[in-house]
Design a protein. Structure first.
Length: 135
């Protein structure tokens, strides 16, 4: 199993703290203009028993975005959560989710700091959600 990169680990751990979410791939983001593989931070995950838990997850997304708007104002990174579909596996349509953090900064340092800020704030919100809810 590949080790989780340190700058994204708190958010991966927070998501895995939700009983019905299992992460399976992540990246802390790499912002080096000389790197041909430069990209934003992301976490891929599955929602178990999705027909039951998808609404719970939507409520969590609403909580995160509401708190973000109220407390963070304009953040230094754009956060999106998307559902991805792919070819069927065993006659069942396969899909997963991805949380992506795309920095707004102009310099490499601003991008890194903006990404790290959003990771830390989202981790805190999700950990508080897990602590205060039955999930």
């Amino acid at each position: 199993m590949k080790e989780i990169e340190p700058k994204i680990k708190s958010l991966v751990d927070a998501l895995n703290g939700i009983s019905y979410i299992k992460t399976f791939n992540s990246c802390e983001g790499h912002y080096d203009s000389n790197d041909p593989h430069e990209h934003s931070a992301y976490i891929f995950f599955k929602i178990e028993n999705e027909e039951i838990n998808e609404k719970k997850f939507e409520n969590l997304i609403e909580l995160i975005l509401t708190e973000a708007a109220n407390e963070w104002g304009r953040t230094s990174a754009f956060t999106s959560i998307k559902k991805y579909f792919s070819f069927p596996v065993s006659n069942k349509l396969y899909h997963s989710w991805v949380l992506e953090i795309e920095p707004r900064g102009a310099t490499l340092l601003e991008k890194r700091l903006g990404t790290d800020e959003v990771i830390n704030k989202m981790s805190t919100i999700i950990k508080n959600y897990c602590k205060n809810s039955l999930q």
